[in-house]
Write a protein that binds this ligand. Structure first.
Ligand code: DAK
Length: 264
């Protein structure tokens, strides 16, 4: 639809931000289209999502500077809220998201990538929070997520200097998990999505919740949350089938079979 393509490929999906002429910069329309696509994901069939940008040059080159340039204080806050609500929807969506960063990931582009669970990048990817060079602060969660991902010292250096970094440095500081030649990136992202989608979805979603919510809690509460989520898996058929399969294999290796988890 509009500026955001959505393709379901079996048990995973690929979302492509498609405003290539503006290097996939996020204006209000792109954000609204993305919001609708996120609302339309069917969690019964889609078990992992790849998020990427159209073209060979850019993942997302940031929020749309033209659109932002004339905002009043109130409009700026509303624009920030619109983006933040969508990024938060993506971050808290039970299904894991993999950002396949195929070029510029600047400002809002870096921020949307950081809202995903996993980030992998092409060799030509470029990351940065250039906002202070434009007279603003990162507005889509950059100050918060970058500090949590790479530590406050490195986040402050990147944000205060507005310096862009290449994929190899992003890998070194832990902003991305892996770097691939551009032509291999999407296939690698889809391979990862397929691997995740092949595991028990209820368990995968419980892990996402445990990690995301647990990181915000003191350790004792975080462990209690993990215990609760662990316990809830025992109400699922997938747990019964996954463990029964292991035990069958132990009895007789010939009985090895691939478990087709039912998401039940
Ligand atoms: N916005 C709008 N258009 C953009 C854009 C952007 N962020 N980035 C690129 N484009 C457009 C260019 O204007 C150009 O359009 P035409 O002139 O062809 O019509 C087209 O994409 C191609 O760009 P270039 O000709 O500039 O291509 P180059 O290869 O020469 O350069 C570049 C690529 C990525 C280095 C350069 O385009 C660039 O520096 N772009 C801006 C990158 C940037 O500064 N991004 C961060 C934006 S600030 C908040 C909410 C949100 C935010 C903050 C606060 N609140 C409300 C609190 C978020 C802020 C940001 O993301």
């Amino acid at each position: 639809m509009g500026f955001v393509d959505y393709e379901v490929k079996g048990n995973y999906a690929v979302i492509t931000i498609n405003r290539e002429k503006a290097l996939n910069a996020l204006n209000s329309e792109v954000l609204e289209d993305l919001d609708k696509v996120l609302d339309g994901i069917d969690p019964d069939t889609v078990r992992a999502v790849v998020l990427t940008g159209a073209g060979e040059k850019s993942f997302v080159a940031g929020a749309d500077i033209g659109e932002m340039s004339t905002l009043t204080k109130a409009e700026g806050e509303a624009f920030g809220k619109k983006g933040n609500d969508i990024f938060r929807k993506l971050e808290t969506c039970p299904i894991p998201f993999i950002a396949a960063i195929n070029g510029f990931a600047l400002g809002g582009g870096c921020e949307i990538a950081m809202s995903c669970d996993i980030r992998i990048a092409s060799e030509n990817a470029m990351f940065g929070q250039p906002e202070v060079g434009l007279g603003i602060t990162p507005g889509f969660g950059g100050t918060q997520r970058l500090a949590r991902l790479v530590g406050p010292g490195m986040a402050k250096q990147l944000i205060y200097t507005a310096r862009n970094i290449k994929a190899d440095e992003a890998l070194r500081i832990g902003l991305v998990n892996a770097v691939y030649p551009a032509e291999e990136l999407l296939a690698e992202a889809e391979k990862l999505a397929g691997m995740i989608a092949g595991n028990a979805p209820i368990a995968v979603r419980a892990c996402k919740k445990a990690i995301n919510e647990g990181l915000e809690l003191p350790m004792d509460e975080a462990i209690a949350l993990e215990e609760k989520l662990f316990g809830s898996c025992f109400e699922s058929e997938d747990q019964k089938e996954g463990m029964a399969n292991f035990l069958r294999k132990k009895d007789d290796p010939a009985k090895v079979k691939h478990v087709a988890f039912q998401n039940k």
